[in-house]
Structure formats: C-alpha cells, structure tokens
Design a protein around this ligand. Structure first.
Ligand code: NAD
Ligand code: ZN
Length: 381
C-alpha cells in the first residue's frame, strides 16, 4: 500500500494521523488505518479536527503529537485537517506555538515529514504552501505561508471524495474555482516590480498559471455540477480532484487575491464555510476587477465554455461573470452576505481587516481602496 511505503521512505517510525471523527470512520479510511497500524504499530490517530479549525484545534493536535513523540504526520481530510496537519508538523519540529509562524516565510526550515491525503476537491492544500486557521479572538482567518509547508507527498485518490455530502462537494469545488480564477486573472509577475521579491508570498500570474489554472477552470465547469448531483460519478470525481490539485499549484505560486481577502474576516465573523463565502463574493469581485483584467477574464469565459460575444472582449468577460453566477446557483451557494449571518454594521470592519492583508491586495489585478471594499460588500449584502 502506498501510504506505509511512503512513510518508510521518509524514515518515519511513529506517524501521527490527523483527521476528524467523520473521516476517521469512513470505511476506506478505516481500512487504510488498519494497514497503517499493521506496518506501524506505534501509529496514532488524532480525530479532533473541526471545519474552519480554530488555533485551539491545532494546539490540541500538537499536544497529542508531543505525547506520542510523533516523528511524522499523515493528514487525511478536507483542507481543515490538512492545514492542522501542516501546523502540527511545523510546531512539533520547531517548537513554540502556531502563532509564532503566522505570515510569510517565518518557518525556519523543514517541518516533520508530512503526507497529505485530501478527501475533498478542494482546497489544493495537498500541494500548497499555505495553512489557514481561525483566530477566534481577532475574528478572522490567519495564514501561515512557507515553502516548507508543501507536503513531502500528496496521495490524491479521487475515490476518497465519493462520500462527500453535496454541500461539501459544492463549497470545496467552488473554492477550487476561486483559486483558479484568482490565479489566472492576477497581475502579471512582470508588473509586480514594486513588491520586494524576497517578501512576495505570491509571484503573480505567469504563462504556466494560465495552463494549469485554465485547465482547472475547464474541469470545474465540466464536472462540478455532475459531482454535486451524482456523488458516485467517478469521472466527475476524478476531474474535480485533478482540478483542485491544479488550482492549488496555480494559486500557491500566483496568488489568491481580493475574494480571499474579503472571505477571511467574513469567515471569522460568521463561521461560514470558506468555499461558500468565496463563491458568494466571486462574481462581485470579478465585476470590480474586470476593467483591469478584461483579456484574462474573457479567457475564463472560454474555459467555462462560453462562446465569444462580438469583437469586444468586455462582453465575453461579462459572460464569465454570468457563467460563474449560474454555476454557484446550480450548486446551492447562497447569494447574499446577510444570509450567511453577517450584520450590515460589520461591513466597515470586514473591509478594514481585508484591506490590511497586503499580500492579497498587492497581487489583485485592480488596486482597491478601502471604500471600494465597502462598496463591493454592500453590493453582496
Ligand atoms: N491550505 C490551503 O492552501 C487552503 C486553501 C483553501 C482553503 N483552505 C482552508 O481549508 C478549509 C476548508 O476545507 P474544505 O473545504 O476541504 O472542507 P473541510 O476540511 O472544512 O471539511 C468540511 C466537512 O466535510 C467533511 N468531509 C470532508 N471530506 C469528506 C468526505 N470525503 N466524506 C464525508 N465528509 C467529508 C469534514 O469532516 C467536515 O465536516 C478552510 O479552513 C479553508 O480556510 C486552505
Ligand atoms: Zn480558498
């Protein structure tokens, strides 16, 4: 079996499996854990992860990992579990606490060997350099970004996503779409001259982004609704697993941007799922960004299967927004921030917190003011 072999190759003797109760009890995972226990009698399972995990969940996993003297981490689950796995592997290797590593390029070197097995399609965390936790005190999401956070091995088995309920399929699949659209429409790397290359969490868009991000968009357009309606449609699950991974590669190099910047404080305040918050915001941000990325937005339209409209790329770019609205509606993403439980009077707070996330503002195709963010949020309310 691949997992024990890979752990051996990484010289792990006492693996810590990071999961949640649902995942740890899926028939396929139970079988996997049995095989793992057979090969590694000192393997232990932490099943205390929760969606959109607070820092405290990572602290629990770290305490558990210290107690069993783990020397490697296997993270199985959606992005929430994979990210707890990344932070746990970081703190077990370098000490301190999760807060010590927030931000870009703070992790000082390799973390414990880490294998990621996604069960959603998805966040792309299995190939990304990011881990996201919820800071309940600051009421926002907080990211750790470091090259050392890319897992040593990603085992991507689309069959693990078959058991996703439709809502999880929809929300995580829309997150994939947002990753790919933000990556391909972001500023071109050659224009980002004002940002110190050493301090860049993201490089901006470049030719490879269009190849892998474009393919991710095409796959989501073709397969997300099918996977949502028919959970056992294996062709659709395969397509979405590939899309998630490609989009993870695209965004972790070229960046996510304004959609994510707005979702982080909204998620912190409302505890909506990351994917739904993103999906709701996406068309509004695309509309705002369109004047500065008309050509790449027109490309998005074609990847989503829209025919070119007339000779002007503006009309075709508009069609991309309409296609995104249709797709998000087809998979049940709610349309208004008020429906997520956001209070109107918190809009300035959300705009302010989002505006502070410099790495996401730097790479966005159109440079917003804080007031622009308020206006976008009002339209989405
Ligand atoms: N690190 C990154 O690069 C990155 C990128 C985007 C998002 N994220 C983060 O990832 C998190 C969201 O992850 P997600 O969308 O994958 O969802 P998730 O991990 O939060 O999972 C949502 C729910 O789905 C269940 N679930 C997952 N897979 C299942 C399966 N196969 N069968 C049945 N139930 C299943 C989980 O148990 C959980 O209850 C957020 O915290 C977000 O901020 C991280
Ligand atoms: Zn995301």
């Amino acid at each position: 079996m691949l997992l024990p072999d890979e752990l051996q190759r990484l010289n792990v003797a006492q693996p810590l499996v990071i999961a949640d109760r649902t995942i740890a009890n899926l028939p396929q995972v139970l079988e996997l854990l049995r095989a793992l226990k057979h090969a590694f009698p000192r393997a232990h399972v932490f099943d205390g992860c929760v969606p959109e995990p607070p820092i405290e969940t990572a602290l629990d996993a770290i305490t558990f990992g210290r107690r069993i003297a783990a020397d490697g981490v296997v993270a199985i689950g959606g992005g929430s579990n994979l990210d707890v796995g990344k932070i746990t592997a970081t703190v077990l290797r370098h000490g301190g606490s999760p807060r010590d590593y927030f931000g870009f390029d703070v992790v000082p070197g390799p973390i414990l060997p880490l294998i990621a097995m996604p069960t959603t399609a998805g966040t792309g965390s299995e190939v990304s350099h990011a881990a996201v936790l919820t800071d309940s005190i600051a009421e926002t999401k907080v990211s750790t970004l470091s090259r050392w956070l890319r897992p040593n091995v990603a085992i991507v088995d689309p069959a693990l996503t078959d058991s996703c309920p439709p809502t999880v399929t929809a929300h995580s699949g829309i997150d994939t779409l947002v990753h790919a659209i933000e990556a391909v429409t972001n500023r071109d790397f050659s224009e980002m001259t004002e940002v110190d290359p050493q301090a860049r969490a993201y490089e901006g868009s470049y030719p490879l982004t269009q190849l892998i991000g474009g393919e991710a968009i095409r796959l989501v357009g073709r397969f997300l609704v099918r996977a949502y309606r028919q959970p056992n449609d294996s062709e659709a699950r395969d397509g979405m697993a590939l899309a998630a991974m490609l989009a993870g590669m695209a965004f972790s190099n070229s960046g996510v941007a304004l959609v994510h910047a707005l979702e982080y404080p909204i998620g912190g305040l409302t505890h909506c799922s990351h994917g739904e918050g993103n999906g709701l915001l996406l068309p509004h941000v695309m509309r705002f960004n369109l004047p500065e990325c008309t050509e790449s937005m027109a490309q998005v339209a074609s990847w989503l299967g829209c025919k070119p409209i007339g000779l002007s790329s503006v009309a075709t770019a508009d069609a991309a927004i309409a296609a995104v609205v249709e797709l998000t509606q087809a998979v049940g993403i709610r349309a208004r921030l008020s429906e997520l439980g956001l209070k109107r009077e918190r809009i300035p707070t959300v705009a302010h917190r989002a505006f502070q996330i410099k790495r996401l503002m730097d790479v966005n195709p159109r440079r917003p003011t804080e007031l622009d963010l308020v206006n976008i949020l009002e339209k989405a309310f």
